[in-house]
Design a protein around this ligand. Structure first.
Ligand SMILES: [Zn+2]
Length: 211
């Protein structure tokens, strides 16, 4: 079984197939082979931040952790944007320091993400997860060196515009089989499924399984 799904909130049926997104509320003893750890903007409160941060630093040392995240910025929630920004900037620096890719949650904050990329100039890869934006937005991220991960719903034009070496697929909150997302993406891209799978496995190797 190979790693195909770079971001899921459900415990995978086949543990080696997915990167399970762990949060501080979750029991650590879960049957997953790979995970990401981060502080999601949705779970932020000013008084909980220190506990979450302590957890993150400890959790990130686990050998199953392949990425930091999801972390990011969300303009559609009540959490103060300054608190989101502080916490995200700390995670940007942390992910770079531990040399792991950063999985980003971004809702209506694309310009901020790009400004942060320019400001920090990180050495680790950044991945916009659950990308649903337009083709132009996809291309803007790509120009700034970011990767894009597509879930169950996305704009087909955006998927087609993204370079093959910057692409990932994920199930996120959905219970859909990751293989169906691969099949659908291959159809949208008009390429054989084996070609797409080979390319994405290579991307996963380069970004998540290095070192
Ligand atoms: Zn998610």
């Amino acid at each position: 079984m190979e790693l195909l799904d770079i971001h899921t909130h459900h415990l995978p049926l086949h543990p080696e197939q997915a990167i399970f997104n762990c949060t501080s509320e979750m029991l650590w003893r879960q049957p997953f082979a790979y995970c990401s750890v981060g502080i999601h903007p949705w779970e932020l409160t000013a008084d909980a931040i220190q506990d979450k941060w302590n957890w993150l630093v400890l959790a990130a040392a686990d050998s199953r952790v392949l990425a930091i995240g999801e972390a990011g910025l969300d303009r559609m929630i009540d959490v103060p944007f300054s608190l989101q920004m502080d916490t995200f900037e700390r995670q940007i620096e942390f992910a770079d320091a531990v040399g792991k890719p950063l999985v980003i949650h971004c809702v209506r904050a694309a310009n901020e993400i790009i400004e942060l990329k320019k400001k920090f100039q990180p050495h680790n890869p950044w991945i916009i997860h659950g990308f649903r934006g337009k083709k132009e937005q996809a291309l803007q991220y790509v120009r700034h060196g970011l990767y894009l991960s597509f879930g169950e719903r996305y704009q087909e034009e955006a998927l087609c515009a993204a370079p093959a070496d910057r692409l990932f697929l994920e199930t996120d909150e959905s219970t859909i089989d990751i293989h169906l997302l691969y099949q659908r993406a291959a159809t949208v891209l008009s390429i054989p499924l084996e070609l797409l799978t080979g390319q994405l496995k290579q991307n996963i190797g380069n970004v998540f399984l290095k070192g």
